[in-house]
Design a protein around this ligand. Structure first.
Ligand code: XMP
Length: 518
């Protein structure tokens, strides 16, 4: 029986962070849309095998008295568990308990200094003045009967409140963002001093439980899994292998657009799996001949992938007497997006690697990472014995090097880019920067320029180095790589890669550029 904290999402940009911060302290938490009907009891809210120990109401963009306030079943607040209201959630909690919320004369956005007014278990251990992060237009102007005001900021007299029983709290600032210095402490107080939660969420226990659940769910069935070598599919494969052994069949498609050494690395790391490496290089490069439009490239590659994967699945299926399940590396953020009360948001990537595959293959889906955030997937990978290099691998797009070769993709140009890219990655790794960069790679342009080598004039291709920092790939900034590193990369690429005589560095951020060039 695991403890769980539920977070009701009222639409804040940082709701996911609340869940992550709680999990970081070893307590499992999940996000539910605020529009979910209130459950009949705490047991019903928690679900089987879990004990509900607390409820968090997130922030949100609306006003509690505005027309745009999302509908909320206040039955949630009848559950007999501690509650922490953050920002909008605090205002909702205060109003529910009989307090008053009004528009502030002036909104408060950004840093503020929190001063303690009275002791409260939630704020135990905080210094008298602490930096916190504010973002609100409304505020609590009259306390609910029996509640206390426990902290203030210069612009917000009621910055934190507590009920008489010490079980319900509201804070106007955001403890989940790093700008709030005592945020971790406050969540710790809420989880352990107020809710009495146990820190029983760890990757070791996750593996045990998942293995048990997967065995129960899959029985003697066979499962197929597309293994790209990326973090998510690698962890899915390792977890399923732990659960069902050789009834998991992995397919790795060598589409001829992989980075140098990638296929060999996957073959070496996943020796224990029933791994089917399909050499489809000729097929992909054939289909790509003459294609220069970026979207068409992606479509051609997507279709070819499905074709190759399906054929291999059929072959394996015939051998083992049928495959019922398709494994996918869906993560918790995708799940949250799809159940959000705001509807699936525009942030869902349109370029999912195997879009359309599950419907076409008429298999049931098994998605063992559905509950996890990316950093948890990495920790799970380590717990399952994957290499550090694998679990911290930089993202690599499904269509591979094709979207980094502008113009036509030919075997010769793929070979040029593979060599140049290998140098970029090698040097970035040697400089100890691989982990801190979101991505660093090379791009090949369909541009020739004049150079001179020895006494001869050259007329060769151009390589662009791209290196960005990003948190989630949605936005990105240019990495300020050390000049010496850039020079070393440029020299090596020009000297070692035949057919390249010029190297440029991409200085664009996203937006307005994208990370990939196509
Ligand atoms: P863009 O180029 O859109 O890329 O700024 C954002 C992030 O997504 C990766 N990317 C892909 N990942 N399949 C993937 O799995 C794709 O088709 C794809 N296209 C882009 C890209 O590498 C970057 O990290």
């Amino acid at each position: 029986m695991h403890d769980i904290v539920l977070i009701l999402d009222f639409g804040s940009q940082t709701t996911q962070l609340i869940a992550r911060r709680i999990r970081e302290q070893g307590v499992y938490s999940e996000i539910r849309p605020c529009t979910d009907p209130a459950p009949a009891s705490a047991e019903a809210a928690a679900g089987p095998g879990r004990r509900l120990v607390g409820l968090v109401l997130s922030g949100g963009p609306a006003s509690v008295f505005g027309d745009d306030a999302p509908p909320f079943d206040e039955g949630w607040l009848d559950l007999d568990v501690p509650v922490l209201g953050i920002c909008y959630g605090m205002q909702l909690l205060a109003r529910h308990a009989g307090g008053e919320v009004s528009p502030a004369r002036q909104g408060e956005y950004g840093h503020a200094r929190l001063a303690l007014v009275e002791p409260a278990p939630l704020l135990e251990g905080l210094d008298a003045h602490e930096p916190v992060w504010m973002s609100h237009g409304d505020q609590v102007t009259r306390l609910p009967p029996g509640w206390r005001r426990v902290a203030e900021t210069p612009a917000c007299p009621v910055a934190a409140i507590a009920d008489a029983a010490g079980r319900r709290f509201g804070i106007q600032f955001h403890p989940e963002v790093t700008h709030t210095a005592p945020g971790e402490r406050i969540l710790h107080n809420f989880l352990f001093a107020v809710c009495g939660a146990r820190a029983d969420w760890s990757m070791g226990s996750f593996v045990e439980e998942q293995v048990r659940e997967l065995r129960a769910k899959l029985g003697e069935d066979h499962v197929i899994c597309g293994l790209s070598g990326g973090v998510d599919s690698s962890v899915v494969a390792a977890l399923l292998h732990r659960a069902i052994g050789d009834r998991l069949h992995c397919v790795f498609v060598d589409n001829g657009l992989l980075r140098k050494g990638e296929r060999e690395a996957v073959e070496a790391e996943f020796q224990e799996l029933d791994l089917h490496v399909v050499d489809a290089r000729a097929l992909f490069l054939d289909r790509l001949a003459g294609v220069t439009d970026p979207e068409r490239k992606r479509r051609v590659i997507g279709h070819a992938f499905i074709e190759v994967f399906e054929a291999e699945a059929r072959r394996i299926g015939e051998r083992v007497g049928g495959i019922r399940w398709l494994a996918q590396g869906t993560l918790y953020p995708d799940v949250i997006e799809s159940v959000s009360f705001r509807g699936p948001s525009a942030t869902i990537k349109s370029h999912h690697n195997v879009g359309g595959l599950p419907e076409r293959m008429e298999m049931d889906l098994v998605e063992p990472l559905r509950e996890l955030f990316k950093d948890e997937v990495r920790r799970l990978g380590v717990a399952l014995g994957l290499s550090e290099a694998r679990v911290h691998r930089q993202p690599f797009p499904g269509p591979g090097l094709a979207v980094r070769i502008l113009g036509e993709v030919t075997p010769e140009r793929v070979a040029v880019l593979q060599e140049a890219d290998a140098i970029v990655r090698e040097e970035v790794r040697a400089a100890g920067l691989e982990r801190e960069l979101w991505q660093a790679f090379a791009v090949l342009l369909p541009v020739r320029s004049v150079g001179v080598m020895g006494d001869a004039r050259t007329y060769e291709q151009t390589v662009v180095v791209r290196a960005v920092r990003s948190v989630d790939g949605m936005t990105a900034s240019v990495a300020r790589l050390p000049w010496e590193l850039l020079e070393r990369v440029a020299n090596r690429v020009i000297n070692e890669v035949r057919g390249v005589n010029r190297v440029a560095y991409d200085l664009s951020s996203k937006p307005p550029a994208t990370i990939e060039w196509e």
